[in-house]
Write a protein that binds this ligand. Structure first.
Ligand code: DGL
Length: 269
């Protein structure tokens, strides 16, 4: 199928997390139009079975295809880890597909880090997705992976800069396995929302990798290589959710600094 540069970029996640990636795209590529889908009805993805996440991802990708997206960016590490291959089998001939793991592992591959921490949902960590790619690029790397499943509900409930979030961050990250990591990959797109608190927990001594910018650069290169970078005017971004949440609306407005066109859509039945 012939793709056009004027077509939008479709981005999806289980909830607000993918907005951190959408925001980075908005900053780097102001001429692109974004169609965002947050599957708030099925959130969190992190503790769902691979079968469920594959089912949700396929449906959402189908919806973004109907919206005529030229690129579908899976802005969820859990879906990138467990459903990306399935999406490739189904859609790769019709649309450009991007996940959020490849850009970051490629970025790490160019660095000199020896001991790397990765935190994410149970789904992402149990899949071993980061560890596999990082170690296949450099078998010498010491990769410490940890599931931090309370972070997503905590963030979705709006506990961001307070005693509750600080206590939960401390409870996970004070584990001795995390001592002396040189960098920490935020392997869940929700986590950049608490990046400052995590950096502070490590006394600003380590590099905390928020993948948004790295992914946006990756998408820019891909669009450029395929002659799909929009040079015209962007259309208004569209935001869809599968269940209404006030926090989604608030945080989307905060990120995009404009009134957002938030629609609830239910295509599950
Ligand atoms: N933000 C997602 C991720 O990157 C999903 C979190 C969840 O729904 O559990 O993994």
């Amino acid at each position: 199928m012939k793709l056009l540069s004027s077509q939008p970029i479709g981005i999806f996640d289980s909830g607000v997390g993918g907005l951190t990636v959408a925001h980075a795209i908005r900053q780097l590529l102001p001429q692109e139009s974004i169609i965002y889908f947050g599957d708030t009805a099925h959130l969190p993805y992190g503790d769902k079975s691979a079968k469920s996440i594959i089912y949700y991802s396929r449906k959402i990708a189908g919806f973004l295809m109907e919206k005529k997206c030229k690129t579908i960016l899976v802005a969820c590490n859990t879906a990138s880890a467990v459903a990306f291959n399935d999406l490739k089998n189904f859609f790769s001939e019709q649309v450009q597909l991007v996940n959020v793991i490849d850009p970051v592992t490629e970025y790490i591959g160019k660095s000199n880090y020896k001991k790397i921490g990765v935190i994410g949902t149970k789904g992402t960590i149990n899949s071993g997705a980061y560890e596999k790619v990082l170690k296949s690029n450099n078998p010498e790397l010491d990769v410490i992976s940890m599931a931090t499943p309370l972070f997503v509900p905590m963030i979705e409930e709006g506990f961001i800069y307070d005693d509750i979030s600080n206590a939960i961050i401390r409870a996970y990250l004070s584990d001795k396995s995390m001592k002396s990591v040189e960098t920490l990959i935020l392997g869940c797109t929700h986590y950049p929302i608490i990046k400052n608190q995590i950096t502070k927990f490590f006394n600003f001594n380590i590099d905390v990798i928020d993948s948004g910018k790295i992914i946006a650069e990756f998408v820019k290169n891909l669009l450029t290589e395929n002659n799909l970078l929009n040079t015209g005017k962007s259309q208004k971004d569209q935001f869809y959710i599968s269940d209404f949440t006030l926090f989604f609306e608030k945080i989307a407005k905060m990120f995009f600094e404009e009134t957002i066109d938030l629609k609830k859509i239910d295509f599950w039945n």
